[in-house]
Write a protein that binds this ligand. Structure first.
Ligand code: FAD
Length: 461
């Protein structure tokens, strides 16, 4: 029968990778059923828990994901941790194809003494905290010092700096959580330094985010002219995005600001800056031995040039006073299950165009496939590529549809036997409506619920 020939496919993770993979499969295979499993009760991964609260336009992709979830050939099962509540092996028995799109839930560690002192946080945890990720709700970062250092010079580092320094009137209108807004409002912070191991030609942030920082009301940039002198000529031959980005830094550091800008900088009460060629060596403890009071950094010189330049310590060191240190040196994926080949050096599932090495019927997409870099559009394209690999394998007969699979019916009984109650997409829509209603009362797009139990209660679990 035709029903027997309908491919049963599941996707693990409901971030951009999961949703874009599902979207492509549903669009290009008219019979495919795609089930999405998500560990958290609520969907959308880093679009909800990563993207900065003052970037609401980036979150519009949620509308497209919602359309996908409304397809009658797509189902969402939240509150299901794959690898614990149901194993990859069990999903493989239930589905013709399993796509792993579970992102990168760890962060790279600095690996230096003092990293665990109070006042030192990973950007991942800090971002999770201001965005209402349940596991970070109790972070309570210590914001009692005037100076913060963000280790890293990527877009996440800029997000963190911007959220710390934004005027409260701006933040108040975003979906930042109530608790973190109150903490930032009470903070003593005046200054944020973004520190990189290499130089201005190696920063990882992009021009839109830098421009936003330069234009942030109430703040002025601290850019040392010496860091930028002569760079305008050096970048003449580099690719356009890097050239324009460098030109903007050079202009801000070396040119006299216009009248309006000069006035804004003069009246600013907060400031931010870039420090280059500094590599963290040790977080220095305060007299109580518990809190951070500063950081010791090695001054580096660059070997080679361009993107591949390496930072090498010169032997000189510098100590810098700061009570808040946020390490923003990258996210990292974890292996999900010993049966799935994982390249621990690259931190990704070993794959070729999304086909997991040596495992027919198993695929991956998104950050767990490529590594934790790239914007949502990059993730979209690589997820379409993976979906294409699945479609090709269906077409070629590598995935055998006459081997009938039960899909969710099979998983339902496994979850039931383990006492796990999935959250459906219409359950999420109830949580969503409650959040939007709470937000409306205080002039925000939503007030996120940060407590798991409260979410589950709301939907009658
Ligand atoms: P994720 O979005 O992380 O989704 C993975 C999902 O899998 C999560 O929902 C997770 O809960 C779930 N999961 C994990 N483990 C399991 C399991 N065992 N079982 C079931 N489910 C599981 N891009 C932009 O274009 N614009 C921006 O402004 C922007 N800002 C960003 C800010 C930050 C702080 C970060 C970190 C990234 C930002 N990005 C931005 C990049 C963008 O978020 C990523 O490209 C994209 O989210 C990666 O998608 P993904 O689906 O691979 O991972």
């Amino acid at each position: 029968s035709t029903a027997a020939l309908a491919p049963q496919i599941c996707v693990v993770g409901s971030g951009p990778a999961g949703f874009y993979t599902a979207q492509h499969l549903l669009k290009h295979h008219k019979l495919a059923q795609v089930d999405i499993y998500e560990k958290l009760p609520v969907p959308f991964g880093l679009v909800r828990f990563g993207v900065a609260p003052d970037h609401p336009e980036v979150k519009n992709v949620i509308n497209t994901f919602t359309q996908t979830a409304h397809s009658n050939r797509c189902a969402y099962y939240g509150n299901v941790t794959v690898g614990k509540d149901v194993l990859v092996k069990e999903l493989k028995q239930a589905y013709h194809a399993v796509v792993l799109s579970y992102g990168a839930e760890d962060n790279r560690v600095l690996g230096i003494p003092g990293e665990n002192l109070s006042g030192v946080y990973s950007a991942r945890a800090f971002v999770g905290w201001y965005n209402g990720l349940p596991e970070n709700r109790d972070l309570k970062p210590d914001l009692n010092s005037e100076t913060a250092v963000v280790l890293g010079q990527g877009n996440v580092a800029l997000d963190v700096a911007r959220v710390l320094l934004s005027p409260l009137d701006m933040l108040r209108k975003t979906d930042i959580t109530e608790g973190s807004l109150a903490a930032i409002a009470g903070s003593k912070l005046k200054r944020v330094w973004l520190v990189g191991r290499r130089g201005p030609l190696q920063v990882a942030f992009t021009i839109k985010e830098l421009r936003e920082m330069i234009n942030l009301p109430g703040t002025r940039p601290l850019l040392d002219p010496a860091d930028f002198t002569g760079l305008g000529d050096v970048v003449k031959d580099v690719p356009r995005p890097r050239r324009r980005l460098t030109e903007l830094m050079v202009k801000s550091a070396l040119e006299k600001p216009g009248e309006k800008e000069a006035a804004r900088w003069a009246s600013a009460t907060k400031e931010w800056g870039l420090k280059f060629q500094r590599s963290p060596l040790e977080v220095l403890p305060a007299a109580d031995g518990k809190r951070a009071r500063g950081i010791r950094m090695a001054i580096t010189s660059l070997e080679g040039s361009g993107e591949s330049a390496r930072a090498v310590p010169t032997g000189e060191v510098e100590e810098f006073e700061c009570g808040l240190i946020l390490s923003s040196i990258g996210y990292r994926s974890r292996p999900i299950d010993s049966s799935v080949p994982f390249d621990s050096k690259l931190g990704i599932i070993s794959n070729s165009v999304g086909r997991v090495q040596g495992a027919t019927g198993l695929y991956c997409s998104g950050w767990v496939k490529r590594g934790p870099t790239g914007v949502i559009v990059t993730t979209m394209n690589d997820s379409f590529d993976t979906a294409q690999s699945v479609l090709e394998d269906l077409q070629s007969g590598l995935l055998n549809l006459s081997d009938s699979k039960e899909g969710f019916e099979c998983v339902r009984s496994i979850l039931h036997s383990r006492g796990v109650q999935p959250v459906t997409f219409s359950d999420w829509e109830k949580i969503d409506a409650a959040e939007v209603a709470r937000g409306r009362l205080v002039g925000k797009p939503r007030e996120k619920i940060v407590d798991f139990q409260e979410m589950l209660q709301l939907i009658g679990h």
